[in-house]
Write a protein that binds this ligand. Structure first.
Ligand code: F6R
Length: 620
């Protein structure tokens, strides 16, 4: 599948199958612009964004500079925004981020880089902003502006309510934006209330604009921006008025767009089996009417005439999807013969949160279950928890006369660091290791509670995660090699992967991609096993996507919750709860599994207490 423009959008919207392809496309666009201008001896003026979205783009630009000689010496940049107040050298400043992520690695001239200043005295900010605009004008205006989109629909930090004509100014951040930034600041209370941002009007003056959005969590706001009418409550919608703005998406971010979600409502479609399933399930759920109760009129009233004509009548379509969905119900997920299942858990608790019931079932049915924890999850442990363990170990050692002196030294080092630690400051090696150990012991306790013996657990501690901060390194070739060795050593019949593409920090996505790479390599050598995807703590599969559900009884759910509770450092309050969801992980797991059961019930399928859902990965 290649890229395509989505029809019926109000801003041209180009969708790529993967984030990497989308990113590469934008990088090539920038490359050709710079090369063209360089050969005409003209500067190139770029408007740049920060955040998780452009990270891949900046990596690609660095690669083009290093490997293809892309020359940035005539490039002038203007960044969209900066928190206020914010020292340019602060770990959280967009200034530092831009230098570390891009500028330090290319031959851009320091004097050509412009990033709004977060330390201008409040009284001078207005004048400073006017000067920033003047600098843009003096540079000849922006040739190409890169944008991301926030969950509030903001571009730059133009939160809902910003007018189309707004200029560079100081703004107050929306609570949703502050909550989204909370994890990088290690707590919402540490996120600045204000920022300096280019205005919507400033952005719209760029000659060309590219807005990039990747991941499911962007789906809903992207749909509002490109399908609904222009409105101040979604400032990205103002791009609709620009003559050369393009929205670039990966498939996950495009999934809410009407021509992708309900293509039949915008024209004639090729009714593939999966589209039929999606349409019929959608209809049944929208009407709250079981699959076998759907009537011809129900199809007609929901723009499904064509489907009815080609594959109807209603009772035939209902029966077809009913039978398919009955086929998803699976009481023996690993089969009837003893098998080896390998569960990959990106963080040390995703296994039990997302598929604890299935693990319990497989163990009870006599299968050998291994769990591989891919990252240490050490950045998600609160300092006070780490300190309590240090205190415990010193007390323990004292009690039993074990090496008191050495443990007191460590305690002192930790104490000294913690007493002066600033919010979000990266931990020392000591502390990172202590936090890693806490999560490892919790994972062991959780897995054992689910019935998996400690010797069947693997702590992979993949390299890409070992940054000690939210930002992750790229997947290391050795990470893939480690996965390949694991497959060769354990010879699984089935593997389970967190196939979630909306994880706010990308760790799940990176883990999944690393596994897929490794699977392709071992498959090429002839090693075969089934690959099942489960969802992480953030979302559930869409009902039509589910290919297998494993029923849980009330007892299974209680058992699963006990395993989740063992992850004490994530209990009561998690460092990274993911978005605005205030529920604890066990509550989300229970709500979600019971929600899936409710969907089956509504479809007129057997009534269950709770279901865990899976999708099979076939190597596409
Ligand atoms: C960043 C900026 C913001 C981000 C937006 C999306 O300079 O102006 O508008 O582009 O908040 O952020 P990510 O990419 O982190 O989802």
């Amino acid at each position: 599948m290649s890229s395509h423009y989505v029809p019926h959008t109000k801003t041209p919207t180009l969708v790529f199958p993967t984030t990497a392809q989308a990113t590469r496309h934008v990088a090539l666009m920038i490359e050709s612009l710079i090369r063209q201008n360089n050969s005409a001896n003209r500067p190139t003026v770029l408007g740049l964004a920060t955040g998780s979205t452009p990270v891949g783009l900046y990596r690609e630009l660095i690669r083009l500079h290093k490997e293809a000689g892309l020359d940035f010496s005539r490039v002038i940049t203007f960044n969209l925004d900066e928190y206020y107040p914010m020292e340019p050298t602060d770990d959280h400043s967009y200034n530092l981020w831009m230098w570390e992520t891009l500028f330090n690695h290319i031959n851009i001239k320091k004097e050509n880089v412009h990033i709004p200043c977060g330390t201008t005295p409040a009284i001078d900010v207005e004048e400073y902003c006017a000067r920033y605009e003047q600098l843009i004008r003096r540079a000849g205006g922006i040739d190409l502006q890169i944008l991301g989109i926030g969950r509030t629909g903001h571009i730059g930090f133009n939160e809902p309510g910003s007018t189309r004509h707004s200029r560079t100014r100081m703004v107050t951040l929306d609570p949703v934006t502050r909550r989204d930034a909370a994890s990088s600041f290690f707590g919402e209370e540490n996120v600045p209330q204000q920022a300096v941002t280019m205005g919507v009007g400033t952005i719209l003056e760029a000659r060309k604009i590219v807005l990039m959005a990747f991941g499911e969590h962007k789906g809903k706001v992207v749909r509002k921006a490109v399908e609904e009418d222009m409105t101040e409550s979604v400032t990205a919608s103002f791009l609709q008025k620009h003559s050369d703005a393009t929205v670039i998406l990966d498939m996950s971010a495009a999934r809410e767009l009407t021509p992708i979600k309900k293509p039949w409502s915008v024209g004639s479609v090729n009714w593939t089996p999966s589209l039929i399933r999606r349409a019929v399930i959608g209809l049944s759920l929208a009407m709250g009417k079981g699959l076998l109760k759907l009537s011809d009129d129900d199809f007609r009233e929901h723009e499904l005439f064509e489907l009815l004509r080609e594959y109807g009548p209603a009772h035939k379509l209902g029966r077809r999807v009913f039978d398919e969905m009955m086929g998803t119900i699976c009481t023996s997920p690993a089969g009837n013969e003893p098998k080896t299942a390998l569960v990959f858990s990106p963080h040390p608790d995703d296994d039990v949160i997302s598929m604890g019931g299935t693990i319990i079932r497989m163990v009870e049915q006599g299968h050998k279950v291994h769990i591989a924890y891919m990252t240490s999850g050490n950045i998600a442990v609160f300092d006070h928890d780490a300190w309590r363990f240090v205190d415990f170990v010193c007390g323990f050692n004292d009690l039993f006369g074990i090496d008191k002196e050495h443990s007191e030294q460590v305690k002192q080092r930790v104490k000294t660091f913690l007493s002066s630690k600033k919010p979000g400051q990266p931990d020392t090696e000591d502390l990172l290791n202590i936090k890693k150990l806490i999560r490892e012991t919790e994972a062991r306790a959780g897995a054992v509670a689910a019935g998996v013996p400690a010797e069947q657990l693997e702590f992979m501690d993949l390299r890409f995660y070992r940054t000690g901060t939210i930002a992750k390194a790229p997947i290391h070739p050795q990470d893939i090699e480690d996965l390949i060795s694991l497959f060769e050593r354990l010879q699984p019949d089935q593997i389970y992967v967190a196939g979630e593409m909306s994880d706010p920090h990308g760790t799940h996505r990176m883990c999944a991609n690393a596994i897929f790479d490794a699977v392709k390599k071992v498959r090429a050598k002839g090693q075969m096993f089934e690959v099942w995807l489960y969802r992480g703590a953030w979302e559930e599969w869409e009902p039509h996507e589910v290919e297998r559900v494993v029923p849980l009884s009330t007892g299974d759910m209680d058992h699963k919750k006990i395993a989740i509770f063992r992850h004490q450092s994530q209990k009561d309050k998690a460092m990274f709860p993911g978005g605005t969801d205030k529920r604890e992980f066990w509550q989300r797991a229970e709500d979600r599994n019971r929600g899936t059961a409710k969907v089956y019930d509504t479809l007129g399928l057997p009534e269950f207490f709770a279901l865990e859902g899976f999708v099979q990965w076939r190597g596409e």
